[in-house]
Design a protein around this ligand. Structure first.
Ligand SMILES: Cc1ncc(COP(=O)(O)O)c(C=O)c1O
Length: 411
């Protein structure tokens, strides 16, 4: 049969998220798998969408903003993103030429790959990674060069590190771009100043573009691990494309409003692809987003969310340790990477279980709790077999229920 998935994409199969979600539904499991909240974002944003669609004070609809938006984004949102970027980084950017609104960060990333990377180029990725990176590198006809993040000399409790020599060796004459995700999914790592300086130095010395995925930029929990923008390091403003989106910061992952910020030269590449991928992003959502990005309402919603997530993290981390998992510190994002290989994990229920995939299947079927097998985030799946990823962007009651189900199974 000739009409099937293209060679370029066949290797990636169906994402593990789809498979875990199907099992989760089948067994009515508590879902700590996929990274989206089980609560809505702020009411003022929902109202802003309805108003953008034309809702008036009388509860009826007038003419709204329901037609195609400007290709690069609704001016009010592009300006809000540019203002917010200036306030947080000190870098003034021109909203018209340096901000491109996309359908989520995922589209921004695809557009960056298709618009800036040539077939035959190499792209450096840190592994584990958000699963769309590798597929997008492949769609661009480029080759990924993978650098491992692994538990360092301090063990998993000290977090994931990279080997500076391995990173330096990944840069070759063909390297076009390095992809950085901080705060990081799935490890919860927030890259340090020293680590970012090292990456910046390699980019400058090798004349390489940095594409940074900062969708969790606001979700950091420890004073000694602030989120730092790679674009703020020496020599990086002119070679960094910073991607982010609304979904994680405002608990509206389904809105799919994202953006790319970067110098005109790099933004031109993103736009060259964006105009043919989606052309423009959902107009009323963009208008509503402009009421949230960098506004007092938006900032207060973010600080409320951070407080909830910090407390969720503390509770889930302690509970998983009590259940025999080893965990990495989640200084940012909303995931905990947990090592299930200890002999006492879940009261010994996992003895003889061969892989992270089997662990997740058992937890769903027997405990009624879903997590994600971490090997899905690796090009070399064996690197991730020891870990499963739990999401803590949930109502406290959901986490309580998950923990009590795991405890009951472990007894
Ligand atoms: C690192 C990372 N980047 C991007 C995304 C998706 O962002 P968006 O929904 O804006 O496309 C996710 C969602 O899980 C993510 O974890």
């Amino acid at each position: 049969m000739r009409h099937s998935v293209s060679d370029r994409l066949a290797a990636f199969g169906t994402t593990v998220f789809t498979q875990v979600s199907a099992l989760t539904i089948k067994h009515n499991a508590v879902n700590l798998g996929q990274g989206f909240p089980d609560f809505d974002g702020p009411a003022f944003m929902k109202l802003a969408v309805a108003r953008a669609m034309g809702l008036n004070e009388a509860g009826r609809f007038d003419h709204g903003t329901n037609q195609y938006a400007r290709m690069a984004g609704v001016p009010a949102l592009a300006q809000a993103v540019a203002r917010d970027w200036h306030a947080r980084t000190g870098q003034a950017v021109d909203a018209d030429s340096c901000v491109t609104v996309t359908s989520g960060c995922t589209e921004a990333f695809a557009a960056a790959m298709l618009g800036l990377v040539n077939p035959g180029d190499e792209v450096v990725l840190f592994e584990p990674f958000y699963d769309s990176y590798r597929a997008c590198v492949s769609m661009a006809g480029a080759t990924p060069r993978v650098v491992a993040l692994r538990p360092g000399i301090g063990g998993l409790s000290a977090g994931f590190d990279f080997d500076p020599d391995e990173l330096a060796a990944a840069f070759t004459k063909r390297t076009r771009a390095v992809v950085l995700n901080t705060p990081h999914n799935p490890t919860g790592k927030v890259f340090t100043r020293d680590e970012l300086a090292r990456i910046a130095d390699l980019c400058v010395r090798n004349n390489v573009v940095a594409i940074t995925d900062e969708v969790y930029e606001h979700l950091v929990y420890d004073a000694d691990r602030p989120h730092l923008h790679l674009a703020n390091f020496d020599g990086m403003a002119e070679r960094t494309l910073t991607l982010s989106s609304l979904g994680k910061s405002f608990s509206c992952t389904g809105w799919k409003v994202g953006w790319a910020i970067g110098p005109e030269r790099l933004s031109a590449g993103v736009r060259a692809a964006h105009q043919f991928l989606t052309f423009a992003t959902c107009t009323p959502m963009q208008v509503a987003a402009s009421a949230a990005v960098g506004t007092p309402d938006g900032l207060s919603a973010i600080s409320e969310l951070k407080a909830l997530l910090r407390s969720n993290r503390d509770m889930l981390e302690q509970s998983l340790r009590d259940l025999g998992f080893a965990t990495a510190p989640a200084s940012g994002a909303y995931f905990l990477m947990a090592d299930w290989t200890g002999s006492e994990c879940l009261g010994g229920r996992l003895h003889g279980v061969g892989s992270d995939i089997d662990v997740c299947r058992s937890m769903i079927e027997h405990a009624g709790v879903a997590a994600i097998p971490s090997s899905a985030f690796y090009q070399r799946p064996e690197e991730g077999r020891r870990f499963v990823r739990f999401a803590f962007c949930k109502k406290p009651g959901t986490l309580d229920e998950a923990v009590s189900r795991l405890r009951a199974w472990a007894r």
